[in-house]
Every structure is written in structure tokens, then in C-alpha cells.
Unconditional design. Structure first.
Length: 309
């Protein structure tokens, strides 16, 4: 009785840790100013090289330090931090909370599988353990990849209208920083993701960072080719002193054309994607509804015809 009680106690504790880390990672911040300051502290200085983790600095930092000691753990932390930034999760504790979330989910899934397969054969235990390891390690990463794709899709959809509005605001005589801040204020409730990115770039420039480095970090955070082209256009226009408003209007038209082409491509792929659900789920039901009554009628008639006269 002691071992099952201890196991369920550990399961309950790890589940609480899992829920707490997920809540702290994905909850909305009540103080937007503090949230923006944390983003600036995370992205204001461009890192020349990745600094190794050091011990100290609190429980979360020590947890990351012990993970970095595992072979391959330092590279995993670096890749995870980059993907969290590309998913729009840029709190200072985001990497530690996500690491706790994934490690806890990984351990609890392995423990649950070992407890379920405790009386099974060795082959079944090994198969269940391998499946638990793969699922516990890959499922949180797939969730993070999906968050990155969703964030990039939101930025991609918001880019044409935002760039068009930026060209209009620049045509009124405002400077680039004032125009980007004005556009971020106007687009805050329509496209909050891209508005936050523009606001971050402006605040980095006001903090003393070079504009080219601020836009390079914007491209690194988002990983979108259209934003890379927009950043290169703005930096080159500032360097050579050319007019930017007209170029932004032309670029916004090309972005709208790309958006329409992507929508047409998605519509073209919809028929192919619907083929498998139709074949697997709709056609069998249709055959059953249309053919089974006739087959039953024929069998009933044959049974009556072959019966005793």
C-alpha cells in the first residue's frame, strides 16, 4: 500500500507543477508596461555569442543550469528560447517555465506508463516505455511549433494593411519612429501581434540601439521573409535618403497580391484535403444507407421464396 500511495502523491505533485508552469507561461499579463520592459530587456542588446548558463540567480535559473549540463541540453535550450520568441512568448521566465512544463510532462508520462505496465511482459513494458518517451518529448514541441506557425500566420495576415497604413502616415510628414508608433497604436486592437513588434522596434531605437540592429532582431524574432524584405527596404531608404512612403505603397500592393495567391492556393488544396475524409467517413455511410435496405429486401424475398410451400 505504501508504494501506490507514494506514486499517486508524486503524480499529484507533478500534475500541480505542470498546471502551474503552463498557467504562468500562457497567462495574460495585467501590467502591459512591465511586460514591454521585460521584452526590451530581453531584446535590446544583440547577443554576439550564446553565453553558457551559470549557476545562481534563483530557482528557475538553477533549473536551466542543470538542464544545460545534460549532453545536448544547452543546444535544446537555445533552440527552445528562439522558438518561444518566434511564438510571441518573450517573458524573461518563459524558457524556464516551458522547460519545467516539458520535463514534468515527460516524467509524469513515463511514470504513468511504468505504473500501468507494471504487471505486463518485458516486451510490452519496453514498447509502452518507448511510446511514452516519444510522446512525452515530441508532443510539447509540436505544440510549440504550432504556436510559432499560428503567430507567423497572424503577422503575415496583418502585414499588408499595416504596411499600407505606414506608407500613408509617412506621407503626412512624420518621422519613421513616429509613424511606426502611430501605426502600432492604431493597429493595437486589430492586429496586436504586429503592433507589438513595431512598438518594440521603436522602443529599442529610443533606448539607443541602431535602427539596423533593431530591424535585424525583428527579422530574427519573426522569421518571416516579407518582414525581412520590409526591414531591408526601410534600412536602405534611411541609408540612401530615398522616399519611403511610395515604396511602402507599392510593397503593400505586392503583399496583398501574395495574400490573395495564398488564399487561392489554399482553396485549391481544400479539395484534395477533403478527399480522404470523404472516402473514409462519408462514402461508407452513404453505401450503407443506400445499399443495405435493398440487400435486406432481397435477402428477405429469397428467404420467403426458398421457404416451404
Amino acid at each position: 500500500m505504501l508504494i501506490p500511495a507514494l506514486f499517486f502523491t508524486l503524480m499529484f505533485a507533478t500534475l500541480l507543477a505542470l498546471l502551474w508552469s503552463g498557467f504562468e507561461l500562457f497567462r495574460d499579463r495585467e501590467d502591459p508596461l512591465a511586460d514591454r520592459l521585460e521584452e526590451l530587456q530581453s531584446h535590446a542588446i544583440a547577443r554576439v555569442a550564446y553565453e553558457p548558463r551559470r549557476r545562481g540567480g534563483g530557482l528557475l535559473n538553477n533549473f536551466l543550469y542543470f538542464i544545460s549540463l545534460v549532453p545536448g541540453g544547452d543546444g535544446w535550450l537555445r533552440d527552445t528560447e528562439r522558438e518561444l520568441a518566434q511564438a510571441g512568448v518573450r517573458r524573461r521566465q518563459a524558457l524556464a517555465l516551458y522547460s519545467i512544463f516539458q520535463v514534468t510532462f515527460f516524467l509524469i508520462l513515463i511514470g504513468a506508463m511504468m505504473y500501468v505496465q507494471r504487471n505486463s511482459e518485458l516486451a510490452r513494458k519496453f514498447g509502452g516505455l518507448v511510446s511514452a518517451v516519444l510522446l512525452g518529448w515530441l508532443l510539447p514541441q509540436q505544440v510549440l511549433h504550432r504556436m510559432v506557425r499560428r503567430y507567423r500566420r497572424k503577422l503575415q495576415e496583418a502585414l499588408p494593411d499595416t504596411v499600407d497604413l505606414l506608407g500613408i502616415v509617412l506621407g503626412t510628414g512624420l518621422s519613421l519612429d513616429q509613424a511606426m508608433m502611430r501605426v502600432s497604436e492604431e493597429m493595437e486592437f486589430i492586429y496586436p501581434e504586429l503592433a507589438a513588434e513595431f512598438s518594440t522596434v521603436v522602443m529599442q531605437v529610443k533606448a539607443g540601439q541602431e535602427r539596423s540592429k533593431a530591424f535585424q532582431q525583428l527579422v530574427r524574432r519573426t522569421g518571416i521573409e516579407d518582414i525581412k524584405a520590409l526591414s531591408a527596404m526601410i534600412v536602405q531608404s534611411e541609408r540612401f535618403g530615398t522616399s519611403l512612403s511610395q515604396a511602402l505603397k507599392v510593397y503593400a500592393d505586392s503583399l496583398r497580391l501574395r495574400r490573395r495567391l495564398r488564399a487561392e492556393a489554399a482553396i485549391g488544396k481544400a479539395g484534395i484535403k477533403m478527399l480522404f475524409p470523404v472516402v473514409l467517413f462519408i462514402l461508407p455511410v452513404l453505401f450503407i444507407i443506400t445499399l443495405v435496405p435493398g440487400i435486406l429486401t432481397v435477402l428477405h424475398d429469397l428467404r420467403q421464396g426458398l421457404g416451404p410451400r
